[in-house]
Design a protein around this ligand. Structure first.
Ligand SMILES: [Zn+2]
Length: 88
């Protein structure tokens, strides 16, 4: 049984209780680790991304949806503890 995360382990998007943000595996089952914005059919959408690219992406998303830059920066705090960025 795969561990169920509360946030996407790539971009930290909160899943809450809904399944709508969860990625799909290549066999059609739900992926419990990553969101559909990071993963599609079991593959990362941007496999070459580093944590730096992810931060840039999130900041852009947040700022363009009206979140103040300073708050966007604060959101990065938990990123490096996520599965995708932990080891390697
Ligand atoms: Zn994600």
């Amino acid at each position: 049984m795969e561990k169920e995360h509360k946030h996407c382990q790539s971009c930290r998007l909160p899943f809450k209780n809904s399944l709508e943000h969860r990625a799909m595996n290549s066999d059609g089952t739900l992926n419990y680790t990553y969101c559909k914005y990071c993963m599609d059919e079991g593959e990362f959408r941007n496999p070459e991304w580093t944590i730096k690219d992810m931060k840039k992406h999130i900041k852009h998303q947040m700022v363009s949806s009206g979140v103040p830059k300073i708050l966007a920066n604060f959101m990065f705090y938990g990123l490096k503890g996520l599965e995708r960025w932990k080891k390697k």
